[in-house]
Design a protein around this ligand. Structure first.
Ligand SMILES: NC(=O)C1=CN([C@@H]2O[C@H](COP(=O)(O)OP(=O)(O)OC[C@H]3O[C@@H](n4cnc5c(N)ncnc54)[C@H](O)[C@@H]3O)[C@@H](O)[C@H]2O)C=CC1
Ligand SMILES: O=C([O-])CC(=O)C(=O)O
Length: 262
């Protein structure tokens, strides 16, 4: 049976979910051939977990791209996706990404599509911590639609952002209201989901995004609502950890090689 080669960029928490899935026999159509992360030890940890003999620990992005893996899983950051997407697609590698926030850069979003078409490669947007791309896309296709994206988080997950203040520990507060572009600019690695939902529906400028901080709240709740003349759909996903996003990459990879495609 043909195995597709796989490489991982960004060897943190979510990459380990993909590595565990390989080890647990959930990705039998793939062979991990390379791992790259800013911190070399993290790439070593992934290679050692899966198979240090067949998975190269890459010292640079170029080294990883030179492997020309059939699929590159990106679990790093929107900035990293921008760094390697063109080169990867030009070499015929397909990309599975969680850092969909990168696509609020219109120029980048348009150019990756042109390059992917020219080189017969594809970019798969993993559903991450949300879902329902199918109904969002379908409802949007029908026309005349509006959409909102409301996130609830605990204050501790906002530490290190400009909206954090100690009073959030005791008071519920809407800490952000704006569109998906403003949201990802303020929270570069926390609202990829809002951008993903917007690209699947009304676009980043028209997606009305809010974020509410609730004292003691654990995990994330993302509530997407889309309406057109005939359809009213609500997709509400609560998750106590971000692990669902790593699993969504596993799901995309399984779908790619499955005879039944969801
Ligand atoms: N779409 C979604 O639902 C979600 C998307 N994400 C995205 O996935 C990314 C990874 O999440 P985690 O695994 O939880 O983060 P993490 O912080 O545990 O791991 C990310 C790893 O990537 C490395 N990295 C970052 N930029 C890099 C670059 N330019 N080149 C090479 N390595 C780089 C970091 O050093 C780190 O080891 C997040 O930054 C976020 O953009 C995360 C959660 C949900
Ligand atoms: O884990 C989440 O809830 C969402 C997240 O980080 C992202 O979209 O970047």
């Amino acid at each position: 049976m043909k195995k597709y080669s796989l490489a991982i960029v960004g060897c943190g928490k979510l990459a380990h979910i993909v590595a565990d899935a390989i080890n647990n026999g959930l990705l039998e159509d793939y062979k991990l051939i390379g791992a790259y992360s800013r911190t070399r030890e993290k790439a070593i940890a992934i290679a050692e977990k899966v198979n240090p003999e067949t998975c190269a620990v890459c010292g640079s992005m170029d080294e990883l791209l030179a492997l020309k893996a059939d699929y590159i899983v990106e679990t790093a950051s929107p900035a990293s996706l921008k760094e390697f997407a063109f080169d990867a697609l030009k070499r015929g590698s397909n990309i599975v990404t969680l850092s969909i926030g990168a696509f609020t850069d219109k120029d980048f979003y348009e150019k990756v599509q042109v390059v992917a078409r020219e080189h017969n490669s594809k970019i798969y947007l993993a559903s991450g911590a949300i879902g329902g791309f199918d109904v969002l896309r379908t409802a949007a296709l029908m026309g005349n639609c509006t959409a909102t994206f409301d996130t609830e988080k605990g204050p501790n997950s906002l530490k290190g952002t400009s909206v954090y203040e100690d009073t959030l520990q005791t008071e519920k507060k809407q800490v952000f209201k704006g569109d998906a572009i403003e949201a990802i600019n303020l929270f570069p690695t926390r609202v990829n989901v809002a951008v993903a939902a917007s690209l699947a529906s009304v676009g980043p400028e028209k997606m009305k995004v809010s974020m509410t901080s609730t004292p003691g709240f654990v995990g994330d709740d993302h509530r997407i609502e889309i309406k057109n003349d005939q359809v009213h759909a609500v997709i509400d996903v609560y998750s106590s950890t971000a692990q669902i996003a790593g699993w969504s990459v596993v799901n995309v990879l399984r779908n790619i090689t499955s005879p039944i495609v969801f």
